[in-house]
Design a protein around this ligand. Structure first.
Ligand code: GDP
Ligand code: MG
Length: 186
């Protein structure tokens, strides 16, 4: 999705990309998004209802690049989200909880679903969230790294609670999308 917007004398290039967040229930998807978009964290957040996406801008090469970041709106509870959710997505954050191994074991299934439904090249980031819970960690950094390498994904550990790497996680994905699209245009 590349849109050209006129701004008086100068042509302002604007980009808008859809990014989806997927992963098991309660891994912290909604909190990663609220931390990134509004710098907010909820200790007792309920299943996401209502808000389906947040739009966030960043500057790359002097261009305004906007990401429309979609949250599953509670559909993750049914282990599968609808194909409409994935449609047009250029980037994805596949999230697990480092303190719950079952959520790491689910990553392969989420990737399958993403690959089945995606209609373009998708920049993918494997995200091990809740890295602040080091005392009850069940998945090591090495395991995350290995899986990401095997699947050709970027990898990062985050904490929506203390903000570790949250901005970086989203920005790496958005930059990669921008690079993918620029490469295609040139
Ligand atoms: P979602 O179902 O994947 O959207 O998960 P939520 O964002 O609703 O978070 C589920 C629970 O995990 C909530 O109680 C959050 O407070 C908690 N949580 C989310 N991110 C973190 C984190 O980075 N660290 C810790 N310790 N708890 C988190
Ligand atoms: Mg949620």
């Amino acid at each position: 999705m590349v849109a050209m917007g006129g701004g008086g004398d100068e042509e302002v290039e604007e980009y808008l990309f859809k990014v989806v967040i997927i992963g098991d229930s309660a891994v912290g998807k909604s909190n990663l998004l609220s931390r990134y978009a509004r710098n907010e964290f909820n200790l007792h957040s309920k299943a996401t209802i209502g808000v389906e996406f947040q739009t966030q801008s960043m500057d790359i090469d002097g261009k305004e690049v906007k990401a429309q970041i979609w949250d599953t709106a509670g559909q993750d509870r049914f282990r599968a989200v609808t194909s409409a959710y994935y449609r047009g997505a250029f980037g994805a954050l596949v999230v697990y909880d480092v303190s719950r191994r079952s959520t790491f074991d689910s990553v392969a299934r989420w990737l399958d679903e993403l690959n089945t439904h995606s209609d373009t090249t998708v920049a993918k980031m494997l995200v091990g969230n809740k890295c602040d819970l080091s005392s009850i960690r069940e998945v090591s950094v090495e395991e995350g790294t290995r899986l990401a390498e095997a699947e050709g994904l970027f990898f990062i550990e985050t904490s929506a609670l203390d903000s570790t790497n949250v901005k970086t996680a989203f920005e790496i994905v958005i930059k990669e999308i921008y690079n993918n699209v620029s490469r295609k245009v040139l």
